[in-house]
Design a protein around this ligand. Structure first.
Ligand code: PSU
Ligand code: MN
Length: 293
């Protein structure tokens, strides 16, 4: 039997056939500092409810997939240390060893699909890292988008990545990349990456229609729905780029690798931008939750 437990709120929504939005937990444990991580998780859930859907924040606790976290559980997870960062490769191991882990985009997609949830909101997906031609660092999120039928609403991919390579890999994998309301592919903190998104749609209904058509065709995989950060929370590329360059340099000097790269860069950017990167991150996740709902 799959070790999966739905919260009472999620169970009620499922029984009523009401809309559900999956939310990830790595952003809580590895993406933001305490207590903003807990406050953001609650605010994002509130956005989903305000838009008429039910939030399902996903994490692995003591060897069980939790779909929907109750308040006390969320509080504890947000302050916990030594929480595993779970992608496709680690999920089964974490469950079998009865450990606790936060789910990345890839693992959240898997768990959402197991729970029958087709829409998921996050901040930014993982992608092809700069220097991937030598490091081979390509997030498992990309392969997951090609495999698991969940539409992921994100503010594009983080600008710390190599965005042209990320778009190329998504194209190779057959993942539709849909910019919402603009032609440009957004770059997380900035609305415009300078790259054109392969596809554009202007309404949630169109995005949902494309999702359903993939299911009708029996195509594996989901969609990347790229929703630009709200105008008032944006950090323009020209402002964030020098900080990104510096954070990347430091990561290289300190030999930061593998799973540690993304959390390291997010934490350094928070310091270098004096908190602005976090404010933008919070605003864009809430915005994505609304669109997903
Ligand atoms: N988006 C955020 N903050 C994060 C992440 C995404 O706004 O912390 C996490 C997601 O869980 C994503 C992961 O799946 O970073 C990518 O990690 P990696 O590059 O190691 O695959
Ligand atoms: Mn990686």
């Amino acid at each position: 039997m799959i070790p999966l437990l739905c919260s009472p709120e999620v169970r009620a929504a499922r029984e009523a056939g009401a809309p559900l939005v999956a939310l990830e937990s790595t952003i809580i444990t590895h993406g933001m500092p305490w207590p903003q991580n807990r406050d953001t998780a609650l605010a994002v859930e509130a956005e989903v409810r305000a838009a008429g859907a039910t939030p399902a924040t996903i994490a692995v606790l003591d060897g069980q997939i939790h779909v929907g976290l109750e308040r006390g559980v969320l509080d504890r997870l947000a302050q916990a240390s030594g929480v595993m960062k779970l992608s496709r490769a680690d999920l089964a191991v974490c469950l079998a060893q009865r450990r606790t882990g936060a789910t990345t985009v890839a693992a959240t997609m898997i768990c959402a699909h197991l729970a029958g949830i087709e829409v998921f909101a996050t901040g930014g997906i993982g992608g092809v890292h700069r220097g991937a031609e030598s490091s081979f660092d390509i997030s498992a999120d990309l392969q997951e988008l090609a495999t698991t039928p969940v539409s992921v609403v994100a503010a594009g991919a983080k600008a710390i990545l190599d965005l042209p390579k990320t778009l190329e890999v998504l194209e190779t994998l057959g993942v539709p990349v849909i910019a919402v309301g603009q032609d440009a592919f957004p770059a997380f903190w900035s609305r415009d990456s300078g790259l054109r998104a392969p596809l554009r749609m202007d309404t949630a209904a169109e995005v949902a229609g494309a999702h359903r058509m993939r299911r009708t065709l029996g195509l594996a995989g989901g969609q990347l729905v790229a929703n630009p950060v709200p105008v008032d929370a944006e950090i323009p590329r020209s402002e964030i780029d020098p900080f990104i360059a510096r954070a990347l340099d430091e990561a290289a000097q300190q030999g930061v690798a593998a799973k540690a790269v993304t959390p390291f860069l997010l934490a350094r950017l928070y310091e270098l931008t004096q908190g602005r990167s976090l404010a933008a991150n919070i605003a864009l996740v809430k915005h994505n939750a609304r669109l997903a709902a």
